[in-house]
Design a protein around this ligand. Structure first.
Ligand SMILES: *[C@@H]1O[C@H](CO)[C@@H](O)[C@H](O)[C@H]1NC(C)=O
Ligand SMILES: *[C@@H]1O[C@H](CO)[C@@H](O)[C@H](O)[C@H]1NC(C)=O
Ligand SMILES: *[C@@H]1O[C@H](CO)[C@@H](O)[C@H](O)[C@H]1NC(C)=O
Ligand SMILES: *[C@@H]1O[C@H](CO)[C@@H](O)[C@H](O)[C@H]1NC(C)=O
Ligand SMILES: *[C@@H]1O[C@H](CO)[C@@H](O)[C@H](O)[C@H]1NC(C)=O
Length: 770
């Protein structure tokens, strides 16, 4: 029996606070905690600040959070002047201003059916996630959703130290054997933006989810089985999370009115580490430019989690298909790209001259099986509008008199990328329907309740030619259908952020791709009350919803990580990531190389999807792993040039910066990236055998074009005493021109396993400047 995963699409509650944001809140890092007694650590924070603020009482009022578990530090309301003084105090490692991060939601609302993605193999062996605790940092949870019933759940283990924090419309009875913990963090947010108003029911000062995002990600990870889940009768089927038997711990750090404060996020990490979660799933991040690893809360919080054996899985962002847009790029987190599924929603478009075209449509409330006049936006622009606006049917750009009763043809533009806003214009001018021509992508958007077909630019241009060729252009749509299995998949989704990492290009990012387009999962019925939220919410209070984004891909990987951890409790976070990366798939279901949306038939490369598309059942038994521990990560930071003081903020390792000259190249990642290859260079890796004791592996090289690659030794023989072996890879550039990135693979094979890592090389023949 296959267990369907759910797919869906939501739109745009995009919060952008990055520009011209000046903080009142500062995060003060004091390095590794000096005591194991949280109260003493906390006292030391009050003590320190009372010198600056002139009294312990003022100090206590100014401190929003004391971080006492993973490390020592606090967040406080300070003036920039006070912050500078604090930075100079003994014991203070670093002071950074609070930042506001965004949810990696959603591109558009889509409606489709559930599909099956997680094979029984890993699900059964991982016992459906039983015994595993997944921490979700997000917008909270809608506990009444059927996905969070606890009928089948065991009582929580005694090692769980979390709590069920009460608040508005959320009390202890809202936690159960599924939602075992719930906390909320608003101090950092309110210190920046003022008190949150909750009187209109659009937000709750509690773990209750007002927007739906956190409910969606939580149920995608660990939702219980729900039969007959559907959206407005569409997408009928069995919905469930990846690990239906896992426990959920909810940390609400993002608020409906916009954004998530880094001081709040750090407090959530601190608590989650102490509470005893096994995996942290986090579908949010900030926009590029990326902060350094010691300035970025997610990087710091996740480092401490990793040091405690907790895997942290993050979305890579929705700023694709442009290069260097990936975020959450610390090497100790798993960064997830989004891919499509094998589903299409063809809609037939017939013109008055009997020409037919096929577009895509997810949802149509009304039957439009008869001819209506069609008109091009730019041909009916209102007198004071811009042509560019009218072409894409931006609000108020059209002459309503001329648009009424017609189907509008509109083209994607820089300001109007999605049909949903054009659909709103159609409603406003009392049009009949919409044909929206856009960049080719499989992500299909909901158009409110306006009949709407999405076509590519070629079809859009044909329609335009037809409109110009006749005095009475007319068009009709047939009801869309749902077709499964006839689409080649997975493709990397157009919106999925791409590598290389703009912070450290030697660390391949993203790491792995998982389904993130059209995901069906639970929603918050309070979202309909959102005054500023996604406009689609106002149609209905949804219990389930389709959504797209790397936000939706991230919880798929979190669920798989939780299963791997159940099967291999002793594996480090790096080992788990290695297993995912080295077993990932590079091809679609027909064995063809996977494609990345963003260019016509561009073959996907590691900057699109890291190791490839996740292959959960193969990841159980990877054969070899590329492992890393806390010390390795500290040395990595040294090699990048971070000084011992700033590294002590992350970890107490003695003199980690000695002997790290070549460490960056030899950092034991399950990938090799050489951004500047001049002539030849040699790097090393160490693999750990996790398969049969007696194993002999042979190397196969698929060299990046323009590069000569050699492996030494070409054979690795393991036995019961020999679990770890080192090898060297030498790359020589054969190019005589300035190169671009090229891609290859290194495979170790023993007849049972294929352990593959990507090789990424850019040849630099000459320096432009000396
Ligand atoms: C908790 O909330 C539920 C409704 O959500 C209510 O029925 C119950 O009485 C509340 N319990 C307490 C102790 O307040
Ligand atoms: C379109 O097809 C219909 C039915 O086949 C036919 O009656 C009609 O004449 C055709 N119209 C044109 C413009 O070819
Ligand atoms: C809309 O078009 C009509 C007919 O051409 C014209 O009379 C009217 O002034 C136009 N209105 C605007 C706002 O452009
Ligand atoms: C260490 O690095 C940080 C961040 O780059 C910098 O602010 C600090 O001054 C450095 N400290 C020393 C002792 O060089
Ligand atoms: C490149 O490296 C090879 C081997 O190390 C060496 O023999 C050769 O002279 C080098 N070429 C240049 C142009 O540096």
């Amino acid at each position: 029996m296959a267990f369907p995963w759910a797919y869906c699409t939501i739109l745009l509650a995009v919060y952008q606070f990055t520009d011209a944001f000046s903080s009142n809140v500062y995060i003060v890092y004091m390095g590794d905690k000096p005591h194991d007694v949280p109260e003493l650590v906390k006292d030391s924070h009050h003590e320190l600040l009372s010198h600056i603020l002139g009294g312990k009482k003022t100090a206590m009022e100014s401190i929003l959070y004391s971080y006492t578990h993973g490390f020592s530090g606090f967040a406080a309301v300070l003036t920039p002047f006070q912050a500078r003084i604090v930075a100079g105090l003994p014991g203070v490692v670093r002071v950074v201003p609070n930042r506001i991060l965004n949810l990696h939601t959603t591109r558009s609302w889509d409606f489709l059916q559930v599909t099956s993605h997680l094979h029984n193999g890993i699900l059964l062996r991982g016992q459906y996630g039983a015994g595993s605790i997944v921490g979700i940092l997000d917008t909270g949870i809608w506990p009444e959703s059927e996905s969070f019933k606890d009928d089948e759940m065991k009582a929580v283990t005694s090692h769980w130290k979390g709590i069920c924090q009460e608040g508005e419309q959320f009390n202890r009875s809202n936690c159960n054997r599924k939602i075992i913990g719930a906390r909320w963090y608003v101090k950092g947010y309110e210190a920046e933006f003022g008190k949150l108003s909750t009187s209109d029911g659009s937000e709750f000062l509690s773990p209750r989810d007002a927007t739906g995002h956190g409910t969606h990600t939580s149920s995608t990870v660990a939702g219980a089985w729900v039969g007959n889940a559907n959206v407005l009768g569409l997408g009928q089927g069995l919905a469930r999370g990846g690990v239906p038997s896992a426990w959920l711990a909810v940390y609400k750090v993002c608020w409906a009115t916009g954004g998530c404060s880094s001081a709040d996020i750090l407090a959530a990490f601190d608590d989650a580490i102490l509470d005893g979660v096994d995996v942290i799933s986090m579908s949010l991040g900030s926009l590029p430019p990326l902060s350094t690893y010691v300035d970025d809360t997610v990087s710091i919080g996740s480092f401490h989690a990793m040091a405690n054996g907790i895997s942290v899985v993050c979305s890579g962002g929705n700023n694709g298909p442009y290069p260097e847009t990936v975020v959450n790029t610390a090497p100790w987190v798993i960064t997830v790209a989004a891919s499509t599924i094998d589903r299409a929603f063809p809609i037939k478009i017939t013109l008055g001259n009997n020409q037919t075209f096929v577009g895509q449509a997810l949802y149509m409330d009304k039957d439009l099986d008869k001819f209506y006049p069609i008109v091009y936006g730019e041909d009916i622009m209102s007198t004071d509008a811009y042509e560019d606006d009218a072409r894409s049917c931006v609000a108020d750009s059209l002459n309503a008199t001329l648009a009424r009763g017609k189907v509008l043809l509109c083209f994607e533009s820089r300001i109007q990328k999605y049909p949903v806003n054009a659909a709103r214009t159609v409603k406003n001018v009392q049009g009949i329907g919409l044909v929206f021509a856009k960049f080719q992508t499989k992500e299909v958007s909901l158009c409110l309740d306006v009949p709407c077909a999405q076509v590519d630019f070629t079809i859009g241009t044909s329609l335009l030619t037809y409109i110009g060729s006749t005095s009475n252009p007319i068009v009709k749509f047939n009801l869309p259908r749902t077709i499964v299995g006839q689409q080649v998949s997975p493709h990397v989704a157009l919106f999925s952020s791409r590598g290389p990492s703009s912070l450290s290009p030697t660390v391949l990012k993203p790491d792995i791709a998982a389904s993130g387009v059209d995901i069906l999962a639970s929603w918050s019925t309070a979202a309909a009350a959102q005054p500023s939220g996604a406009i689609e919410n106002h149609l209905h209070p949804f219990k389930f919803k389709f959504a797209s984004g790397t936000s939706m891909a991230c919880p798929h990987i979190s669920a798989i990580v939780s299963l791997l951890k159940s099967i291999h409790p002793s594996w480090s976070p790096a080992a788990i990531k290695s297993a995912l990366v080295t077993t990932a798939s590079l091809t679609d279901e027909y064995g063809q190389a996977a494609v990345a949306e963003g260019a016509p038939h561009k073959q996907a490369d590691p900057f699109d999807y890291g190791g490839g598309h996740v292959n959960p059942n193969k990841a159980i038994d990877p054969g070899l792993i590329y492992d890393l521990d806390v010390k390795d990560h500290a040395r990595f930071l040294c090699a990048l040039g971070y000084n011992a003081t700033s590294i002590s903020l992350l970890t107490r390792t003695n003199a980690p910066c000695r002997g790290t000259a070549n460490f960056l190249a030899n950092f034991n990642l399950p990938s090799i990236t050489i951004p500047q290859l001049k002539n030849c260079t040699t790097v090393s890796r160490i693999v750990t055998n996790v398969g049969p004791d007696l194993s002999i592996y042979t190397a196969t090289i698929q060299a990046p074009p323009g590069t000569d690659v050699m492996v030494e030794p070409p054979i690795l023989a393991f036995n019961s005493d020999l679990k770890k072996l080192k090898f060297k890879v030498t790359f020589c550039s054969m190019l005589r021109v300035q190169g671009t990135y090229s891609f290859g693979n290194l495979l170790w094979e023993d007849g049972l396993h294929v352990v593959r890592i990507p090789l990424i090389v850019r040849s630099i023949v000459q320096e432009y400047y000396h």
